[in-house]
Design a protein around this ligand. Sequence first.
Ligand SMILES: Nc1nc2c(ncn2[C@@H]2O[C@H](COP(=O)(O)OP(=O)(O)OP(=O)(O)O)[C@@H](O)[C@H]2O)c(=O)[nH]1
Ligand SMILES: [Mg+2]
Length: 457
Amino acid sequence: MPKTIAATPRAVLVGVQLPSVSDVDHEADLAELGRLVHTLGFQVVATVTQKRAGLASGTVVGHGKLRELARLTGGTGEVPTSAPERKSKARDKWEEEDAEPEQEEEEEALPLDDDGEAVRATVVVVDHELSPSQARNLERATGAEVLDRTGVIVDIFHRHAKSREARMQVEIARLNNVAPRMRETAGGTERQQGAGAGESSLELDRRKIRDRVAELKEQLAIIHADQDQRRYARKDQLRVALVGYTNAGKSSLMRALTGSEVYVADRLFATLDTTVRALQPETRPRILVSDTVGFIKKLPHDLVASFKSTLDEALEASLLLYVVDAADPTCEAQLEVTMGVLREIGAEAVPSLLLLNKADRLDPKRRAELLERHPAAIVLSAHAPADVAALRQRIIDHFEASMVEAELVIPYAKQALVAQIYENARVVSENFDEEGRKLLIRALPAAVAKLTRLVTP
Ligand SMILES: Nc1nc2c(ncn2[C@@H]2O[C@H](COP(=O)(O)OP(=O)(O)OP(=O)(O)O)[C@@H](O)[C@H]2O)c(=O)[nH]1
Ligand SMILES: [Mg+2]
């Protein structure tokens, strides 16, 4: 069947609702997958869902659904019988599971394009982790490219990551994703090789991947050591980090708080690199704000592990701002994901404020409900200057409480240090006597210690 080459790849989403998952959660999962796919630049033309007791091991969905899916992609709906994988245990199990009665849902009509022609999807995106053989079986039955959730997220990062560090981290995730797939697709359509190619060349390829991953990890270690050093240098500064689910409004708050031009967009994973800017109008000592990469449910493990700089920002901040899109019906689950990741890295001990953002989209009832559940939370909108000003004051108050007062005597021979003191502390009063200039300052204990060392003769 000739396929029209569409400018925008068309995708069909596939979800299997397991008995443990509620209708609401299932729908939210698929909606989120749709947004992820949208971030990749695909147009979602249909969604195929099925309720099943378990995932079919061969193709995730049962036989009937597979045919429905193939109708949308123009595939055969069958996994070719000649495929050697058909002899596998996994496939036998699939046959068995296919015998299970499926709860069929209403068939979706084939979407039509502007000319009234049926639109064929060229990409199938499954909301479950796919084994390499499941992906391949689905590819064969649908004739379309098949991606799972992890694949979509890794692709987003691959396309949009900008910093050298982020790009290297994505490459590691991709290589780790590719390596297991190679074994099962050897000799298959994806990796057609010349006659005689077999185990040994595959081994070679896999070794090359391992070597490349090792090389990337070494380079990353150097970048991280450098970052650690810079972070150490900022240790006595006042640091706050915006953390939270993707699309919660972290970058919008970053813009509002720091007057910086960080990228804001209504799409998932708009930010893929950490940014640090000073709170505006500037305070004495100044407060540094970090914008970080958003979290998401089922974040691929490689990517979590490799989000070192975001996670380190969080760990080393003296205040964490948990940003939540309060207008999202699944915001509680999103908050749980964020807290879960931060717990894992041991950041739960860092003092935090909960920000219920997008308050302009909350009705009074929902607002009251949320506040009852989170009495200490700050309800605000990143778009409301008064809210942002109040947040700024809360941040300042927080640091104010952790600052201590100290007197520094700067000998007349060391007056060059005065500028540095003004930079790192707030000078409450200033007096002169025969010993030198006497400054009463307020600053974090670490900053006081450092400045005291500097001025001590
Ligand atoms: N109505 C409303 N929209 C907001 C508010 N804050 C942010 N948004 C919108 O929400 C979308 C996402 O905002 P971002 O600031 O990019 O979100 P983020 O948390 O940085 O997202 P990622 O970088 O993807 O993790 C954008 O379209 C913003 O304009 C708010 O208070 N009210
Ligand atoms: Mg952002």
